[in-house]
Design a protein around this ligand. Structure first.
Ligand SMILES: [Zn+2]
Length: 84
């Protein structure tokens, strides 16, 4: 864990803005997906790729078991499973 020395207020709606430089250094762009979880008494934010692990599409992404899968591939998997 790298401490940035950055201290931010949480706004009245519970939001925190991340500095652009920090996002860039973590290779996180606007519209990217992040996963938020609690670890002991801390909140951890991790970057999740927003491209499908099966076809590399970046449209209609759903997270399944912490992996991004597009809607089209979900339907293809369901269709394949129904054929067995
Ligand atoms: Zn896909």
């Amino acid at each position: 864990m790298n401490f940035t020395g950055i201290i931010k207020h949480i706004d009245l709606l519970g939001r925190v803005k991340f500095p652009k430089g920090l996002l860039k250094s973590c290779n996180i762009s606007p519209e990217d997906l992040v996963q938020i979880y609690q670890q002991n008494n801390s909140i951890v934010v991790t970057h999740i790729s927003n491209t499908c692990i099966l076809c590399s599409s970046n449209e209609n992404i759903h997270i399944f078991n912490n992996k991004p899968i597009c809607k089209s591939c979900c339907f293809k998997i369901l269709k394949e499973l129904n054929l067995r």
